[in-house]
Design a binder for this molecule. Structure first.
Ligand code: ATP
Ligand code: MG
Length: 258
């Protein structure tokens, strides 16, 4: 049994005048436990809608989402969604430790254990020494590290990530990609990642689904089987990496402008 199954999912939005916009066409896919999978697609194709629907935050117009054999009908406790705008998701009035401990406490851990676990996660995301800082005292990349630590504190069976590195500078983004891969390898979480950055999807994932323009459909499934641990310079310099990138780019580019 797959940890996550998406069956013939579609989602439309009702507009003010009564018309409907079809954001997701018809998506079927399965994610296996421990996999790192990505959706890559053009801007506005329905990626966030897809993730929100999988997370149970939006009801599907048709189709089903099944997590660990149970149909999703509201936000399930075993999925955590990390939003595109991470800086809005941290609690400004809580320190780094307070933010991460919130996630640990939500899992029912008692105070001393929660503290130790939160500190461990903070160290894992590379923020040891910043436990008592507040979000506004941190750079964007550091805030995103806190958001990742807090998301992992819930011990989700599947971590859903919506373009989590989209607003970071290029170098910070590469660093965070490696941090995420390290955490994923260590904690054995299943990750469903969304990005419009083709190379980021290839670098991180085991499998990639290429989405069409809206209404989004899967137009291609690609295996990214580069050996792990991957390396920002050598993995990306492989001829196969370039070939895959060009292949996906053509898939997306061939669809013309909307
Ligand atoms: N709440 C809403 N009500 C009506 N239409 C919406 C709503 N949210 C999204 N849409 C429409 O659905 C389509 C897909 O939006 P969505 O945000 O899912 O795309 P996206 O791929 O995540 O975009 P981006 O790359 O900019 O993050 C867009 O055409 C958008 O206008
Ligand atoms: Mg989006």
């Amino acid at each position: 049994m797959s940890i996550l199954e998406v069956h013939a999912l579609s989602k439309s939005y009702r507009q003010a005048g009564g018309d409907t916009t079809l954001a997701i066409g018809n998506i079927t896919c399965q994610v296996e436990a421990g996999e790192f999978v990505s959706f890559v697609g053009p801007s506005g194709c329905g990626k966030t809608t897809l993730l929100m629907t999988i997370a149970g935050l939006l009801a599907p117009s048709s189709g089903r989402v099944i997590v660990n054999g149970k149909e999703v009908s509201g936000p399930p406790a075993n999925l955590v969604l990390l939003f595109q705008e991470y800086n809005k998701s941290l609690f400004a009035w809580r320190s780094v430790l307070g933010n991460v401990r919130f996630g640990v406490e939500a899992r029912g851990a008692a105070a001393p254990a929660a503290d130790a676990k939160a500190r461990k996660l903070i160290a894992l995301v590379g923020l040891k020494g910043f436990e008592s800082h507040y979000p506004w005292e941190l750079s964007g990349g550091m805030q995103q590290r806190v958001a990742i630590a807090r998301a992992l504190a819930y011990e989700p069976e599947v971590l859903l990530m919506d373009e989590p590195f989209g607003s970071l500078d290029a170098l910070t983004r590469l660093e965070l990609e490696d941090t995420l891969l390290r955490l994923w390898a260590e904690l054995k979480t299943t990750i469903l990642f969304i990005t419009h950055d083709i190379e980021e999807a290839i670098y991180l994932s085991d499998r990639i689904w290429v989405l069409s323009r809206r209404p989004s459909q899967i137009v291609q499934e690609i295996r990214s089987d580069f050996p792990r641990p991957r390396h920002q310079v050598t993995t990306r310099a492989e001829a196969r990496f370039m070939a895959l990138r060009n292949d996906i780019y053509r898939q997306i580019g061939n669809q013309g402008t909307p």
